[in-house]
Design a protein around this ligand. Structure first.
Ligand code: NAP
Length: 341
């Protein structure tokens, strides 16, 4: 197989490139060169996907059997690439997100659940989109990217991952959990240790995407780990403590109380979120098609080992994650009083 990865230097893109090279595939990557370089062995074309001349230069490295798009943000980005590459792109595989589902995270969703209403010319600056919340904007633009991807001349594959974790993760989710686990003491968490969660390992996403490309598949998949009793928030935290050697007394705060105190879901307590659909995404279609998800323990242990060798590059999103220690101590004090009432 000859594939083009739009992206390839950072998280999922990097995993896809490494995996494809290990399969003996020929890989071209296309990035601006701001997020480091892709793995050795890939042909790297430096350029900006929003620059027509750069895209015209990229075509010279084709044609490809498939193009995997990990760097798309707005539908116009999809159309510009398809316009420039034409049939050279081969099958077009878009990395969308479960956020493209209109009802996520409020309701459980499956592949056929409605997407956000969107347009192939939807843009972040459109007044109706700019007026939405940031997560809704992201979802509307991803839904628009899916519409645009549908115009690919040689067919389309859509992947909608939920939260991706694993080696190379840079958003700060795992980084802040590891730092908190190492600090020890009383650790304020949300909900219950048995709350099921569905993060998917970046290597499992990569394997699934490449396997579907290899068989020239088409269609759309939600890419999340299955809902299983042992795949829960408590297991995630226990694994963080185990790999870091931290010891902590876990305090599972009642969600309503935490929300009353203004605790930010998803970030201040990473991956903790109350809407009932957050971790109720059906990935059955992908599971039936062979998506295999490793254990949370393995993902956490490998991410920790990777961080020892390759600390994540600084990223603005890292500051969003985790709770200030003084605030946590104050909240714990108030929580004890609340529970004693
Ligand atoms: N991470 C998650 O939990 C998650 C969950 C669901 C869906 N997704 C989706 O999965 C995809 C991959 O996510 P990721 O977190 O692995 O991606 P990422 O780390 O944000 O990587 C983006 C890549 O695109 C390149 N890039 C960005 N803008 C570009 C431009 N204008 N021209 C050329 N290259 C450009 C970057 O390299 P340069 O900066 O060097 O150009 C980088 O290699 C994204 O579409 C994301 O929406 C991610």
């Amino acid at each position: 197989m000859r594939i083009l990865v739009l992206g390839g230097s950072w998280f999922l893109g990097r995993a896809l490139v490494s995996d494809a090279l290990a399969r003996g595939w020929t890989v071209t990557t296309f990035t601006r060169g701001r997020s480091g370089m892709p793995p050795e062995g890939a042909e790297h074309v430096r350029g900006d996907r929003r620059n027509q001349d750069d895209l015209a230069r990229l075509v010279e490295s084709g044609p490809w059997d498939a193009t995997i798009d990990t760097s798309v943000y707005e539908p116009a980005d999809v159309l510009a690439v398809l316009d420039a590459l034409g049939t050279s792109a081969g099958k077009y595989a878009l990395l969308s997100s479960v956020s493209a589902h209109r009802d996520w995270p409020h309701e459980p969703v499956e592949e056929d659940s409605p997407l956000w209403p969107s347009r192939v010319d939807a843009a972040e600056t459109d007044p109706d989109i700019a007026a939405q919340s940031v997560p809704a904007q992201y979802g509307i633009l991803k839904a628009g990217c899916e519409l645009a991807a549908g115009t690919a001349p040689l067919g389309t594959l859509i992947f909608r991952p939920g939260v991706i974790l694993g080696p190379g993760e840079y958003t700060g989710r795992m980084l802040s959990l590891f730092e908190r686990a190492q600090r020890g003491g009383r650790w304020l968490l949300g909900g219950s240790p048995s709350d099921q969660i569905q993060p998917v390992d970046v290597r499992d996403v990569s394997r699934f995407v490449l396997n579907r490309i290899a068989i020239h598949d088409e269609g759309a998949y939600n890419v999340v780990a299955p809902r299983e009793p042992e795949r829960n928030y408590g297991a995630l935290i226990d694994a963080c403590l185990e790999v870091t050697g931290g010891t902590a007394e876990l305090v599972w705060g009642e969600p309503e109380w935490l929300l009353e105190q203004g605790v930010r879901e998803w970030t201040e307590i990473p991956l903790w979120r109350t809407p009932r659909g957050t971790w109720a995404v059906s990935g059955q279609k992908a599971a039936d098609a062979g998506l295999h998800c490793r254990s949370l323990r393995e993902t956490v242990a490998d991410t920790w080992a990777d961080f020892q060798e390759h600390p994540p590059v600084p990223h603005p999103r890292q500051a969003e994650h985790g709770m200030d220690p003084a605030r946590e101590a104050e909240l714990l004090e108030q929580y004890d009083l609340f529970r004693a009432r």
